[in-house]
Write a protein that binds this ligand. Structure first.
Ligand code: RP5
Length: 166
């Protein structure tokens, strides 16, 4: 089920290395659940800087609305993407280093004023995707309805589990 009649990718999921796929693939799983068209690709801020700039500069014109960028170490892919685009950029610091992602967290979250990156938790690709869906839902009633249903279902599940026996 598509979130809109336009089938072009709405969310770009980017990662600094092919090795990041097991973590960043979780964002893709969430977007699939909501029927949000997405694309997923490897783009290293340091190894492919020209392609990062080109991708970010062209993303909005290609129909993308939110970009999710995950990288480990001090790759800082999300910041590099944000430098070249006015789309909302969600950064996912990844725990692929000896510092377990704290290095990536700091480099991703500490953006200079005016070039924001909405940073989620270390390895928080799932929440990055939920945040992307919430952003898209601002202009998509069907997505908003699905988000509300999901929250209600989770609430009901918790309430059922917290009922006193007998
Ligand atoms: C970062 O360095 C990548 O995002 C990855 O998490 C980490 C290691 O990358 P590889 O050296 O395995 O490509 O840039």
């Amino acid at each position: 089920m598509r979130a809109s009649s336009d089938s072009r990718p709405r969310v770009g999921i980017l990662m600094g290395s092919q090795g990041d796929l097991p973590k960043m693939g979780k964002a893709a799983e969430v977007l699939q659940t909501f029927g949000v068209p997405y694309e997923i690709l490897v783009l290293s801020a340091h190894r492919l800087p020209d392609r990062v700039a080109e991708y970010a500069a062209q993303a909005e014109g290609r129909g993308l609305r939110v970009l999710i960028a995950g990288a480990g170490m001090a790759n800082h892919l999300a910041g590099a993407i944000a430098a070249h685009s006015l789309l909302p950029v969600i950064g996912v610091p990844l725990s692929s280093s000896a510092l377990n992602g704290v290095d990536a967290l700091y480099s991703t979250v500490q953006m200079p004023s005016g070039v924001p990156v909405a940073t989620v938790a270390i390895d928080g690709a799932t929440n990055a995707a939920y945040l992307a869906v919430e952003i898209l839902a601002l202009a998509d009633d069907q997505l908003k309805k699905r988000l509300k249903e999901l929250r209600a279902a989770e609430r009901a599940k918790l309430e059922a589990g917290s009922k006193k026996p007998g």
